[in-house]
Design a protein around this ligand. Sequence first.
Ligand code: ARG
Length: 572
Amino acid sequence: MTSTYDILYERLAATFDRVQPGAEPVLRQSEHGDYQANGVMALAKTLGRAPRDLAAEIMADLDLAGIASVGVAGPGFLNITLLASFLDQQLREVLVDQRLGVALPTVAKNVVIDYSAPNVAKEMHVGHLRSTVIGDALARMYRFAGHHVIARNHVGDWGTPFGMLIEHLIDLGEEQALASLSIGDLDSFYRAARKTFEEDDNFKERSRQRVVALQSGDPETRRLWQLLVDESISYFAEVYAKLDVTLQPSDVVGESYYNDMLESVVTDLEAHGLITVSDGALCVFPPGFTNREGEPLPLIVKKSDEGFGYAATDLAAVRDRVTNLEADELLYVVGAPQSQHFDMIYAVARLAGWLPESVRCEHVAFGNVLGPDRKMFKTRSGETVKLVGLIDEATERAYVALEERKSDLNDRQRRELSVQVARAAIKYADLSTERQRDYVFDLDRMLAFEGDTGPYLQYAHARVRSIFRRLGAPWDGASASFALENDAERSLALGLLAFPEAFHLALESLQPHRLCVYLFDLAQRFTAFYEACPVLSAVGHTRDERLALCELSARTLNLGLSLLGIDAPDQM
Ligand code: ARG
């Protein structure tokens, strides 16, 4: 089916196009009228014409099928009100459309999404929570949009710290070391290794030699390294399962994967005349990047000690993802402080010819998670907060909150539900924040059943489902039609029909919070409808129409939440 938005957009675009080829109508749903086109003002400016005259000309030319009225408001907004018969036709189509009006693309793109990316033998912290939750929502949204998603979990599994980590593993004994890692005691393992490294010169020397052995591929050293990697990765998998994240073990393509490609990255860059030796290090100075003193900024590809670093690996990854994975889009869901790093990576990759202009590259940056004191979220003793601990605490609190509500659930169901509610609370709080902003991690607020929260939306969905439970018999909405006589019905209908554009807006801007804004608004429209329009006590056509609006509301909330990675249980 073609969405309501697309139908109107195409008509308006055709009219705008006749006035000025390519002119943009700028269409959106509005509070005045049903839709509003704001493109007249900009077009009038380009043409040096009076906006209201131009608006009148456009109105006269517009194909009005399905439109009840068009009016000009303010400096030249076009307010469009739709005919109930047109809304009826659209709603009937959505009712039988599994995709709720979201069309599939003409060409499916290969989209590589780099997200989560924790570091081996280090605890996953709240920064990884954001990357994981946002990245996974984007992956789900891209898949639903009909694209081919390749998830890349770029775990930090290489570098000089592995010398000391392996020596520490040897000192502890494999069995004991793995036991402590398997229960997720990653940080104390790392800290203990670091402490010995700093205090014991002999250990330090052994660690240094161990790095050399690791890099030269010594089999025993590689075996020990692999133990650390495997243990950490299975621990991360537990965290992913708790969060219900779609990342698979096969998506783990860590930094070490690119090792064999690094020499040829340098050769390639040299062949393009891009390498400059600076203080013994091999660097690229991409034009336009300067430090605070205005001096050119280097991207260090190979350090003076002959070691490759983070940047070299990311260059190799870009080349691999474009060349071998045939990526059309490269997304990096990584914290905002790395934005310059990624800008330099893209710039150098473009100079080297690895990144054609046609490939879209985006650093999907995000802000910090703050503690109640509005400082970086840490434990009281200043340590990283363990994600697992947060999820468990949220689950316990959700359980208590569910116990306090009256419901028909037994204890086992309440236990299961508390897991879903906790995840919803944590994920929604993260996703509903505009991602570049910081937010305060406040479980009380996140878990509230009222307000703009995950549990509220889950509850809104379950409440709609409960109407169908009370119906007793299965409901077949095939014959429903929509007269939309009540304002609340009409407002809910318009909300339901706006799902495709809300989804696309969120996807194209890589801003899941826009989908959250939409869902919260829809839930409120549903509440207003439900207060104004009795459903089960209505009769005949009206009852069928209202049940159909309920059905569409439940399906839209369910799909929207699932795209955010949030369950929508039927009963709460
Ligand atoms: N492991 C890094 C960190 O914890 C994030 C890696 C992000 N991805 C990338 N391709 N650089 O900060």
